[in-house]
Write a new protein. Structure first.
Length: 138
C-alpha cells in the first residue's frame, strides 16, 4: 500500500488571485513496485470550520476547490519507490473565503490528499492533510 509523505500547502494572495501550491511525495511499497499498482490521486482544498475557536454556526469542514483534474490519469510506480508530486493552480481569492457573515476571520485552509488503489488493486484509501494555513480575507 502506498503512503503519502508530508503535505505542504502554500497560498499566495496577489490582488484578486490566490496562487495555490501543494507538494508531497508518494511512497510506493515493494508490493506496489512489483505489481505496478496504480492509484487514483485526489488533491483538494478544505475549509476548516471545526477547530477550536470556531462557533457552532461555522458548520463542518467543506471542500473549497480541487487541485487535481477531474479525469486525471492514475499514478503508478516507476523505477524508484518515491514519486514527487506538485499541484499548482490559481483561483479567485474570494473562492477561498470560507468564513462569512458572523464567522470570525482568519479563513483556515488545509490540503487533503487521497490515494485509492485502482482496480484490480486491493486495499483501502490512504489520506494525509497539510498543516492548516490561515488567510486574512474579506
Amino acid at each position: 500500500m502506498a503512503r503519502i509523505g508530508p503535505v505542504k500547502l502554500d497560498v499566495k494572495i496577489k490582488g484578486e488571485t490566490a496562487n495555490v501550491n501543494v507538494t508531497y511525495d508518494v511512497l510506493f511499497s515493494k508490493t506496489d513496485m512489483k505489481n505496478k499498482q496504480a492509484y487514483e490521486e485526489e488533491c483538494r482544498l478544505i475549509g476548516d470550520d471545526t477547530h477550536r475557536g470556531d462557533p457552532p454556526e461555522a458548520g463542518g469542514d467543506e471542500t473549497l476547490e480541487f487541485l487535481t483534474p477531474l479525469f486525471a490519469k492514475d499514478i503508478k510506480p516507476g523505477r524508484t519507490e518515491t514519486m514527487a508530486r506538485r499541484h499548482k493552480k490559481s483561483f479567485r481569492a474570494l473562492d477561498l473565503n470560507e468564513d462569512l457573515n458572523a464567522i470570525p476571520n482568519p479563513d483556515e485552509i488545509r490540503a487533503l490528499v487521497t490515494l485509492r488503489p485502482s482496480p484490480p488493486g486491493k486495499g483501502r484509501a490512504t489520506r494525509r492533510e497539510s498543516p492548516m494555513v490561515k488567510l486574512k480575507m474579506g
